[in-house]
Design a protein around this ligand. Structure first.
Ligand SMILES: [Zn+2]
Length: 251
């Protein structure tokens, strides 16, 4: 039996929507309209974007400035590294406002005799969840420059940039945010008690925001090896970068 390939058209401008299997929330490449392809309904949450502020030359400068700073890098890194790849991607990032209240009880075993401790953690977060299932992007090390967000406008997307769609639905994103906050609080509690007897986290959620953020994925070559760098296109800051071993190079 032949497989039926469903054609999905943008309900705003009528253009064919292109997306990959697994992508759920798709933004039209022609008009910027965003649709939930599984239900064919318009996306109703806030869809924002952060504008990219760097061009290819500027990110190269940013990267070389980073290479020349700090103590851990080889001294000649900024001079000798060759930048071999620069790609701007707009990543689909969800921001979930979440207030989490944890109550716990556990045994503190670092003294003799051990004692029972009880406590609570009450914290509010704007928790980030990346809308992609497989990615090396370090959400915990990234702060969305949220002051700069504007309503999503496809005309502000750089011509050569890739806009990635979300593979997660709003429900999946919320479940993931709750689970990660719970795990984070469990980690915080583990500093205070060694063995948990009771642990419960209640979460209250605000409206999630869907943001496309400009991220540069770069590769440089140094001593014949390749290293990866992820850079924030709004601020020019390196979010995460591989550093070659300093080794026995010239000092
Ligand atoms: Zn459209």
């Amino acid at each position: 039996m032949a497989e039926v390939v469903e054609e999905v058209r943008c309900s705003n401008c009528g253009a064919a929507l292109t997306f990959k299997p697994g992508e759920i929330i798709v933004t039209c490449g022609y008009c910027g309209f965003t649709v939930v392809v599984t239900t064919h309904k318009a996306f109703v949450l806030e869809h924002s974007m952060i504008v990219n502020k760097r061009d290819e030359l500027e990110v190269e400068k940013d990267l070389r400035a980073w290479m020349g700073s700090g103590f851990l890098k080889p001294k000649d890194l900024a001079k000798r590294a060759k930048i071999v790849e620069k790609e701007l991607q707009y990543l689909p990032i969800w921001i979930v406002p979440i207030s989490a209240s944890t109550r716990y009880k556990g045994i503190f075993e670092r003294i003799t005799p051990p004692i029972v401790k009880e406590g609570g953690i009450d914290k509010s977060y704007n928790w980030l969840v990346l809308g992609r299932k497989v990615s090396k992007f370090p959400t915990r090390e990234y702060q969305v420059p949220i002051e700069g967000k504007i309503p999503f406008d496809f005309r502000q997307i750089d011509k050569n940039a890739k806009v990635l769609n979300s593979e997660l639905s709003e429900g999946e994103v919320i479940a993931e945010a709750k689970q990660e906050v719970d795990a984070h609080h469990k980690f915080l509690v583990s500093q205070d008690v060694d063995r948990l007897i009771e642990f419960k986290t209640d979460c209250s959620l605000g409206n999630a925001i869907y943001v496309h953020a400009p991220i540069w994925f770069m590769v440089y070559e140094y001593n014949k090896n390749h290293y990866y760098v992820i850079l924030d296109g709004a601020t020019g800051q390196v979010i995460k970068g591989d550093i070659p071993p300093a080794g026995f190079g010239p000092f």
